[in-house]
Design a binder for this molecule. Structure first.
Ligand SMILES: Cc1cc2nc3c(=O)[nH]c(=O)nc-3n(C[C@H](O)[C@H](O)[C@H](O)COP(=O)(O)O)c2cc1C
Length: 373
């Protein structure tokens, strides 16, 4: 019996297995609207047999996008465009689908990601960025405006409205992006947050704004649907977020009704990261043990037996894969084969699955019965 392929329940949502497709920015939206690329990208991943698909970081206001090609959920047009994508995807897959809601903060207003990393937009295309303090991320980035209470209230309202749109779209889950140096992560990190008011200084103060966002989203999101948070287990710098901070944050989130914490790292400053298979798993494990909250582990998990051991040994409840899924979109099929488990396979692909030894059981109906937007 594989631990990785054991179903997992979060509120009213049961994932058929513990494999999660990590949120991945596609830089393929127009004015925040999903495009045909999203039909192809999310559509093919939805045939992978994973237990959950999380849609990329999706901005709650236009200035909260990382680049002008990032996805948004701040307008009726955005909602309609994503609804069109979901309608197609759901016609052929009943995989649970979540969305990551985000604000890029001081890391907004950049060029699309490339192998060389991201550069600030040229002056004529740039938009003003905001952060906890007027401290730039790097010399190549603009100095953000320090958010005042009015600005924080506007962003919370953006999260609430995006949550209501996600609810109308029938999305199964929301993950709040509070990692990688984006707005909520930057409030948590002493590297980016030098405030002297109630939102800076002590950890309790630095958590205040992210927790206010969490409370507002939880309130606006149907009680039966799960809400998780992606956070940093470390900033990989002594003066940044520490694993103990992550535990304290996870405890506060747990007490407010957070269903899981997806533990990632880095992004508040340019740091040396000791990349290795499962390099972030110890943080998920610590948070799970010390904050008593379900965790999702992510980061260089590619070997099915490694993924299996992370769940079986109690380091995390779910395992998310990003690049591994892009490289091998049938990764869950192959993992099932190796671990002697089964996954859902579309009937159109049933013969391929059988040939590979995966029982093509439980074919997905051509028209999924769930309600679409
Ligand atoms: C193309 C790409 C886009 C990404 N976009 C996001 C994102 O939108 N939100 C996020 O939290 N992480 C994002 N990440 C990070 C992944 O979710 C994941 O945490 C990271 O890639 C480590 O997992 P992996 O080694 O399995 O790829 C992205 C990663 C990649 C490769």
């Amino acid at each position: 019996m594989s631990a990785l392929f054991t179903p997992y329940t979060l509120r009213s949502l049961t994932l058929p297995n513990r494999i999660v497709i990590a949120p991945m920015c596609e830089f393929s939206a127009v004015e925040g609207c999903a495009t045909d690329w999203h039909i192809i990208h999310l559509g093919h991943l939805a045939l992978s047999g994973a237990g959950l698909l999380i849609i990329e970081a999706t901005a709650v206001e236009p200035h909260g996008r990382i680049s002008s090609e990032c996805l948004g959920l701040y307008s009726d047009d955005n909602e309609r465009a994503l609804g069109r994508v979901l309608q197609v995807v759901r016609r052929y897959s009943d995989m649970p689908i979540g969305i990551q809601l985000s604000h890029a903060g001081r890391k907004a207003s950049t060029e699309r990601s490339s192998a060389a990393g991201r550069a600030a937009l040229s002056d004529e295309r740039a938009w003003p960025t905001v952060g906890p303090s007027a401290l730039r991320f790097s010399a190549a980035r603009p100095v953000p405006f320090e958010l005042d209470c009015e600005g924080m209230a506007r962003i919370i309202e953006g999260f609430v409205q995006a949550t209501q749109r996600a609810a109308r779209l029938g999305l199964d889950m929301i993950e709040i992006h509070s990692a990688h140096g984006y707005l909520l992560s930057s409030f948590l990190s002493p590297i980016a947050n030098h405030r002297v008011d109630a939102y800076g200084g002590s950890l309790e103060n630095r958590m205040r704004f992210p927790l206010e966002v969490f409370d507002a989203v939880r309130n606006a999101w149907p009680a039966e649907r799960p809400l998780g948070v992606r956070c940093n287990g470390t900033d990989w710098m002594p003066q940044g977020i520490t694993p103990d901070d992550a535990v304290a944050y996870a405890r506060a989130l747990r007490d407010r009704g957070c269903d899981y914490v997806d533990v990632s790292s880095g992004g508040n400053a340019i740091a040396q990261i000791p990349l290795a298979p499962g390099y972030q798993v110890p943080f998920a494990s610590k948070v799970r043990a010390e904050a008593a909250i379900p965790t999702m582990a992510v980061g260089l998990i590619r070997d099915p037996r490694h993924a299996e051991s992370i769940v079986a040994e109690g380091h995390a409840d779910m395992v998310a894969l990003g690049r591994g899924m892009l490289n091998d979109p049938r990764w869950p099929w192959h993992a099932a084969e190796e671990l002697g488990a089964t996954v859902k396979v579309p009937y159109q692909y049933g013969r391929a699955a059988t040939r590979q030894g995966i029982p093509a059981h439980d074919a997905i109906p051509a028209v999924a019965s769930r309600s679409a937007a």
